[in-house]
Ligand binder design. Structure first.
Ligand SMILES: Cc1cc2nc3c(=O)[nH]c(=O)nc-3n(C[C@H](O)[C@H](O)[C@H](O)COP(=O)(O)OP(=O)(O)OC[C@H]3O[C@@H](n4cnc5c(N)ncnc54)[C@H](O)[C@@H]3O)c2cc1C
Length: 417
């Protein structure tokens, strides 16, 4: 597949708008929101909601368009546009970016496995109104983190009312409170309809705000991305309509991963976007280091051989190289999404590389800037804390490397775990 490195004009315009928002609205309150965890980035949310809402409206309209018109109306590279916007917003502040009012991961799951009717029913709320809305995705449980097949939340069909009854607890859910408590949003909840079937029994269900039997806990207190909302959600005899199941209710055994395919398709779409967020934090740190060194008379001579550079200059070059490598992998995974190609391998490669790169780059930034790097006066120490999550959620670094190894070597998850 050929990849063009020329950024389409429309995408570049959107990137510049996101960068302006990051500079003008997010950065000025970055430290304040880090110090006051659980305070919302109200100005960012207010400004970005109409943009997100109108984007969602256009996406839903395209779904309704007849097939021949659909192709014509479809923007050429929606995932590329998302990638560059997320990178720019995360340069501004990764925690605030995660408060973006949109279907977020719930949207990725619905897009991946929902029917056109479900897309309209669940996503329309993100395309209208003055009040912002959020979506979230709930997979993780107290006894099921990386090992997703261990989930214990159950969905049992009541044959009389034809409703699913959910019971269980989900933890560390990004934007769960915003979706269920602070707006008329949705959460896509992964539950098992047959525990004995392992992954084949897992299914995603949409739970709407206001559904009885749902309790949102108090928000987590975190190491980084402190502006982001992270909560636990309990489901106690929570009844939802039959049609809130995304995908096929039939459980096929004999090694089938049918149910889990929806999760994989969701992660294939979301991992490059997490990588993009990591890249934004990394760029923030790299630019700041270069600027600060420049003020001290140290520049990076790109035309000099490596052995003529100082240790600091080499460190900066290494930071740039790591971020550039992660950028190229992310671009590839994203371009494949836009082309409708299967990208599980590339998505995991991008996520694993970007997660590691941003962790190293931000640590190096703190190191190179000495005591001021460590001080809360500058944002560098915050970027180092914000960076760490990128190697944890949406599959840890180790889990993504396992996926890469399985894909390259042709092993199944039971053969290589
Ligand atoms: C801020 C934040 C936001 C989050 N948001 C969400 C969300 O919106 N929705 C959601 O569902 N979840 C969310 N999570 C949960 C996140 O996805 C999990 O933390 C992650 O999947 C890892 O699970 P765990 O924490 O239980 O770690 P574990 O799975 O217990 O892993 C612990 C360590 O062991 C390693 N490990 C585990 N298995 C293997 C293996 N087979 N081979 C090698 N190493 C292995 C891991 O890489 C890790 O280093 C969030 C977490 C955080 C911290």
């Amino acid at each position: 597949m050929a990849i063009s490195f020329a950024m389409p004009e429309r995408v570049e315009r959107e990137r510049m708008m996101a960068q302006a928002l990051a500079e003008g609205i997010m950065r000025p309150v970055s430290r304040q929101l880090d110090e006051n965890e659980h305070e919302r980035p109200v100005d960012f949310i207010k400004l970005i909601w109409p943009v997100m809402r109108d984007q969602q409206a256009r996406a839903l309209d395209r779904l309704k368009a007849p097939p021949d018109q659909e192709k014509e109306k479809k923007p050429r590279s929606p995932y590329l546009a998302m990638m560059v916007q997320i990178e720019a917003l995360s340069w501004g502040d990764a925690g605030q970016y995660l408060c973006i009012p949109s279907p977020l991961l719930a949207g990725a799951a619905i897009e991946a496995v929902g029917t056109p009717e479900q897309k309209e029913r669940f996503l329309r709320r993100f395309a209208e109104g003055d009040a912002p809305r959020w979506g979230a995705m709930a997979m993780t449980e107290p006894n099921a983190g990386s090992d997703t097949k261990a989930i214990e939340t159950t969905a049992v069909l009541d044959p009389e009312t034809h409703e699913w009854i959910l019971n269980g607890e989900k933890i560390f859910i990004t934007s769960g409170g915003l979706a269920l408590r602070e707006s008329d949003g949705i959460v896509v909840v992964w539950a098992t309809i047959d525990r004995s079937a392992g992954r084949a029994g897992m299914r995603p269900f949409v739970v709407e705000a206001g559904t009885p039997g749902v309790t949102v806990s108090k928000p987590e207190i975190k190491h980084g991305i402190r502006a982001s909302d992270t909560v636990s959600i309990k489901f106690e005899n929570c009844r939802i309509p039959y049609d809130n199941l995304l995908g096929d209710p039939e459980v096929r055994r004999e090694g089938s991963r049918e149910g889990f395919r929806g999760a994989m398709a969701t992660f294939d779409a979301s991992r490059p976007l997490v990588a993009a967020s990591a890249l934004g934090v990394g760029r923030a740190a790299l630019e700041f280091v270069k600027e600060t060194l420049h003020q001290h008379g140290i520049d990076i001579p790109y035309d000099q051989p490596y052995h003529k550079l100082s240790a600091i200059q080499r460190d900066v070059l290494e930071m740039e190289a790591q971020l550039k490598a992660a950028y190229l992998l992310t671009l590839r995974a994203t371009a494949m999404l836009d082309e409708g190609l299967r990208n599980s391998l590339e998505a995991s490669m991008a996520k694993a590389k970007a997660g590691k790169a941003v962790t190293k780059v931000t640590q190096k930034a703190v190191e190179l800037l000495g005591m001021m790097g460590y001080s809360r006066e500058w944002l560098v120490e915050k970027w180092m804390r914000d960076a760490r999550i990128n190697d944890i959620y949406e599959g840890t670094g180790q889990i993504n490397l396992l996926i890469v190894a399985r894909r390259i070597l042709g092993y199944s998850s039971s053969e290589l775990s």
